[in-house]
Design a protein. Sequence first.
Length: 354
Amino acid sequence: MKKIIAITKGDGIGPEVVEEGIKILKIISDYTEFEFEFQEALAGGAVWKKYGESLPEKSFETIKTSDALLFGAIGIPGLPQGVAEIAILKIRQGLDLYVNLRPIKLYDALKDRCPLKDEYIGEGIDITFVRENTEGLYKNIGELKEDEAHNIMLYTRKGCERIIKYAFEFAKRMGHKKVTSVDKANILKPSMLWRKIFHEIASDYSDLQTEDIYIDAFCQWLIRTPYSYQTVVTGNMFGDIASDEGAFLIGSLGMASSGNIHPGKVSMYEPIHGSAPDIAGKGIANPIGTILSVKLMMQESFGQVEVGNKIEGSIEDALKEGRTKDIENPILKTLSTQEMGNLISKKLKSRLKK
Ligand code: ATP
C-alpha cells in the first residue's frame, strides 16, 4: 500500500529527530505491506530568512497532497516574534486539523525520571489529552492597542461537537473506561456551551463513565492523582497548558508526541518539544517524541494499531538498555540521537519479524 509522507525537518534539533522518525518509517516499509515515499516540505525559521515566509505555497501544496505529514520543530533565536511558528498555525487552520492528540505515558523504565513520588504515580500514568485545535482564544480574533488588548474566546456548537465526539470514539477504541472534560464553566460562557454539549454527547456512550472538572482544580489533580485519568477532552488554551504540565511527568519533554488530526484527511504528527537551539547540532536530542509521533501516525492515519504497539514496545525495550542524555541513568549506556534511533530500529525489526 503506497503512501506519500510529507517531511518537514524544520530548525534546531528538528532535522536530527526527524531523521530517526524516517528510519522507523523505512523499517515499516521493509517489513509490512506499506510502501512510503517521502517528499520534503520546507518550513520554519531558516526558510523564512531565505524566502520571507515560513511556509512557502509549494510546501503547503506538497503537504496538502500527501497522506500524512511528519514535522520536526521550528524556531530560530533572534527572529521577529512568531514568524517561524506561523507555519504551524497555517497548517492547522489550512487543513482544519481540529484534533490535537497528546498522549502522556510514563514508561516503567522511566519511573526514576518522574518528578512525583511513587504514591502519586499509583498504578501508572497513561493519559491522552484530546485538545480542540482550531477555535477558542487561539482563533486569533482580537486586537492589540496601545492601552488595551483583547482576544475573543469563540466556540461553536459544530466545533465542540466534533472534538467531543472524537474523544468518546477514541476512548471506546482504546478500551478506556472514563472520559474527563476540563472547562471553566463556572465563569466562561464558551465553557457553559462546551459542558452542555459534552453531556448531550455523553448520553450516547452510556458504557463510558464521565466527569467534568474545572481547569484550575484539574491542574492540581493531574499532579495528585494522575493515574485516575485516561481520555481528557478540553478546549484549545486549557489543553495547551495542561498537556505541557502532563508532559513534565513522563521524564523529559523529548519523550512527548502529538498528532494534529482531521480524521480521514491529511494529518500532521510532531514531537511536543520545540527546536531546542541550546542542544542543536550536538547529537544529544532525544528522538523518542518523534518516533512516538510516527506511532500515532500509524494508529490514527493508517489504522495500524498493532504496528503502533510494536513501535511503542521497541521503545520500552530500548529504554532498558540505553538512554539519551536528557533521561540518562548511571547504570545504562548514554546514547546519541542516532544511536537511540538505531537501537529502537533494531528492536522494531525483531518485533515486526515475529
Ligand atoms: P518552543 O517555544 O518552540 O516550544 P522552547 O525553547 O520553549 O521552544 P524547547 O525548544 O522544546 O522549548 O526546549 C526546551 C528545553 O527542553 C531545551 O532547552 C532542551 O534542553 C530540552 N529539550 C527539548 N526537546 C528535547 C529533546 N528532544 N531532547 C532533549 N532535550 C530536549
